[in-house]
Design a protein around this ligand. Structure first.
Ligand SMILES: [Zn+2]
Length: 288
């Protein structure tokens, strides 16, 4: 049964990924998303309408050899990349919700998949435009995160310093308050880093978008998950940032994608990451 759900989720992920490409193109340009009114897909280069058979996620990109049928415009790699990443994330969401036993499973899948989609859209937009738009961090994100915080308390994390986190809250107001504490932690920590970084670098070290983004993540992850996610983002950002700089000499690497990566890692593998940082690593340092 899980194999069937996994396959369906991957297919749905590819379709949502195709929509995220529209989001990533239109939000930074203040174009309407056409969520409620049918707006036709069009080629960003020649504005020719895209017919349905040229609009199938991943498949059409391969069949068209990555070019617009009308004008030959080279479709950016972002399109198939976001579609395949979204398919993979939706697949992961099904498998992790099943493995972690989060209930109700359909809601846990809806929340984790939607959160992953928002993180992916934020990553695509931040890489290209160096912004994290309010549409994601203040509107879509908080709605999804609040649903998770209200109804799936275990989503706030179950491990702290390698110990079981007690008490485990029931769904409802108490669980939502833990989420709000997480949002405050996210905004507070990133806000503090931004303030210190700006003082040292004497220019804006991190955008206000990063603060809003991490507040949104904190609402879902809870305070402890938020701290873990920021730790993962800093380690990942340092290592990958150095690699990107070494290859491209690009110093202007946005931090949003690393925050998104950290948040997703903790959402799906929080207990394992907690164990790695606070049990396995200290034991290894002590030579145990
Ligand atoms: Zn075209």
């Amino acid at each position: 049964m899980i194999a069937l759900y996994a396959t369906l989720a991957a297919g749905l992920g590819a379709i949502i990924g195709s929509f995220l490409n529209v989001v990533a193109h239109r939000i930074p340009r203040d174009e309407p998303l056409g969520l409620f009114r049918k707006t036709r897909s069009y080629c960003p280069s020649c504005k020719a309408g895209i017919r349905w058979f040229d609009n199938i996620p991943l498949v059409s990109y391969v069949l068209l050899l990555g070019k617009c049928r009308a004008c030959g415009w080279r479709i950016p790699v972002r399109y198939p990349l976001v579609e395949s990443c979204c398919a993979a994330l939706f697949l992961l969401a099904v498998l992790r919700v099943d493995a972690l036993g989060w209930t109700p499973a359909w809601l846990a899948f809806a929340v984790t998949a939607a959160f992953a989609a928002i993180c992916l859209a934020a990553t695509a937009i931040d890489f290209e435009h160096k912004i994290l738009p309010d549409e994601l961090t203040l509107r879509a994100g908080p709605v999804v995160a609040a649903a998770g915080a209200l109804f799936i308390p275990a989503i706030h994390g179950t491990q702290l310093f390698g110990h079981d986190l007690v008490p485990t809250f029931k769904p409802g107001l108490a669980s939502l308050i833990v989420g709000v504490a997480g949002a405050a932690a996210g905004a507070g920590i990133i806000g503090a880093i931004r303030w210190v970084g700006t003082l040292i670098a004497r220019r804006e070290a991190m955008g206000l978008g990063d603060v809003k983004f991490m507040a949104m993540c904190g609402l879902l992850l809870g305070p402890w998950g938020t701290v873990l996610a920021i730790m993962v983002a800093m380690v990942g950002g340092s290592v990958l940032g150095l690699l990107i700089w070494a290859v491209t000499r690009n110093r202007e690497i946005p931090f949003g994608p690393f925050l998104a990566m950290g948040a997703l890692a903790v959402l799906f593998y929080g207990p394992a990451i907690d164990h790695l940082i606070f049990v396995t690593y200290p034991a290894w340092v002590r030579g145990g």
